[in-house]
Design a binder for this molecule. Structure first.
Ligand code: 5GP
Ligand code: ZN
Length: 156
């Protein structure tokens, strides 16, 4: 029979294995090369190797977590400050007319690297990158029902 601590130990071991094989853990540690843009004790930013546009940056927390649900919310202020500084510099250097900040969670949402990262993508033309196709609700009532269910789930 497994000891009480067994499950906890194996979850910790799984996380260690994920971090050892994580390319972005290696990049922030400097064991895998990257084109560095910005760093603090908690954050690291570098150029995406396959950019949507040249200047496409990635911002990551140094501490491994798979997606937005795993990160310490206390990091929020530092993340916003880093985004502003990186985006201003990328726009200024590339001559972009705007930029997108995108963050994918899960394969179905387009996430390929399972270490939380924000994309900062300089934009030059509206037509160069499709965003989402706009849909519709069947009725105002359907929309209200969904909003109510989500509010209840949030717990406010
Ligand atoms: P995701 O699809 O997970 O949101 O985005 C992952 C991003 O990481 C992709 O845009 C991809 O080009 C980038 N990427 C994957 N591997 C590397 C790498 O080794 N170095 C750099 N600089 N970017 C990478
Ligand atoms: Zn990682």
């Amino acid at each position: 029979m497994q000891k009480a601590g067994g499950a906890r130990e194996s979850i910790a071991a799984d996380k260690e294995t994920a971090m050892e094989s994580c390319i972005f853990c290696g990049i922030q540690a400097g064991t895998i090369p990257s084109a560095r843009l910005y760093e603090t004790d908690n954050l690291y930013a570098f150029l995406d190797i396959a950019p949507a546009n040249k200047g496409h940056a990635l911002l990551i927390p140094r501490t491994h977590c798979a997606d937005i649900l795993g990160v310490d919310p206390a990091l929020g202020r530092e993340v916003l400050e880093a985004m502003q500084r990186i985006a201003r510099a990328v726009v200024s250097v590339t001559g972009a007319r705007g930029f997108n900040i995108i963050q994918n969670n899960g394969r179905v949402a387009g996430q390929e690297v399972d270490h939380l990262h924000w994309h900062i993508i300089p934009r030059f033309e509206r037509s160069e990158m499709p965003l989402w196709k706009q849909g519709a609700y069947e009725s105002q009532e359907e929309m209200n029902r969904l909003a109510t269910a989500i509010r209840v789930q949030i717990g406010i």
